[in-house]
Ligand binder design. Structure first.
Ligand code: G3H
Ligand code: 13P
Ligand code: ZN
Length: 309
């Protein structure tokens, strides 16, 4: 049992129309909650670490936590850098034992994104590590932005094919309407599935990645609001839309917000119902259990990757 690459995971997922959940980790309870869920479902798993997570938990702790999870459960796990901003952070993660890194050059012009991605691909591949890159911009909910303006930021299919050819990248994050966080849509949720189909048709062997794929589950939003929180109007990507995307080349589905909401909802409930408790294990435990329940649901009912190990 070991830290493994996503290469084989993606090849199988592409072939059989399912996706791997890539869940963001920031502390021990989050790692345990997710890994227990994947182990119970016998599912392949990607744990991902953002720059913010590295800053919060410190790199050495996160790596050791993931190694401990492997030892504890006997799971194989892909450890991935989420949204690497430059060559240096990607190199640091490759050198520290990550099995996958993302270089996010999506804010740069095409040629610059290509050059940066190529540099990371060369270094990572020399060390047996796979690379995800991003093309197109994930739009957030912004005032005064029309549908046309929003979709102008979506991934251009021809550019995507050219980008993969020029960089040799292993997987590609695309923009088709998702965004990070708990406020993804103001009106009706919309993903450009037709665009996704064209991209997948042009690069059928490239695993596609959907960032901003949390569904902002009503159960947890309601619970947060009921127990003293304030997340009014939160809205995610309906799970039916994620399922549709998975049928057209999306092999990696990134989820962080749903973890945050599940854990926070349960802890809020505990605090309101048990005002005199102050043992962190008493509330972090239910928070961890909520993550396990939520991740099992994603793996089984949305990503279709139970028993795919
Ligand atoms: O892509 C964003 C992830 O949710 C990570 O968020 O940068 O706050 O750790 P973070
Ligand atoms: P969410 O905010 O929708 O969970 O997206 C997380 C993500 O894309 C991490 O890279
Ligand atoms: Zn992301």
């Amino acid at each position: 049992m070991a830290l493994i690459s996503s290469k084989e995971m993606f090849a199988k997922a592409l072939n059989d129309d399912y996706a791997i959940g890539a869940f963001n980790v920031n502390n021990m309870e989050i790692v345990q909650g997710i890994v227990d869920a994947a182990a119970a479902e016998n599912a392949p798993l990607i744990l991902q670490v953002s720059a913010g997570a590295r800053k919060y938990a410190r790199p050495a702790y996160l790596i050791k936590l993931v190694e401990a999870a492997i030892e504890d459960t006997g799971a194989d796990i892909c450890l991935h850098l989420d949204h690497g901003a430059d060559f240096e952070i990607c190199k640091a993660c490759v050198d520290n034992g990550f099995t996958s890194v993302m270089i996010d050059g999506s804010q740069y012009p095409f040629e610059e994104n290509v050059a940066l991605t190529k540099r990371v691909v060369e270094y990572a591949h020399d060390h047996g590590v796979v690379v995800e890159a991003e093309l197109g911009k994930l739009a957030g909910v912004e005032d005064d932005v029309s549908v046309d303006e929003r979709s102008a930021k979506f991934t251009d299919p021809e550019e995507a094919a050219e980008f993969v050819r020029l960089t040799g990248v292993d997987s590609l994050a695309i923009a088709i309407g998702t965004s990070h966080g708990a406020y993804k849509f103001k009106g009706e949720p919309y993903l450009d599935i037709e665009r996704l189909k064209v991209i997948h048709g042009l690069i059928p062997n490239t695993p596609l990645v959907l960032h901003g794929a949390s569904s902002v589950l009503k159960e947890f939003v309601d619970m947060c609001n009921e127990y003293g929180g304030s997340v009014p109007g939160a809205q995610g990507v309906p799970e039916e839309m994620i399922k549709e995307a998975v049928k057209h080349g999306v092999c990696k589905v990134n989820i962080d917000t749903d973890l945050r909401l599940a854990m926070t909802a349960e802890i809020r409930k505990f605090f309101i119902e048990n005002p005199s408790e102050f043992d962190p294990r008493k509330y972090l435990g239910p928070g961890r259990d909520a993550i396990t329940r939520m991740v099992r649901h994603k793996i089984k009912d949305v990503l279709n990757c139970s028993n795919r190990k």
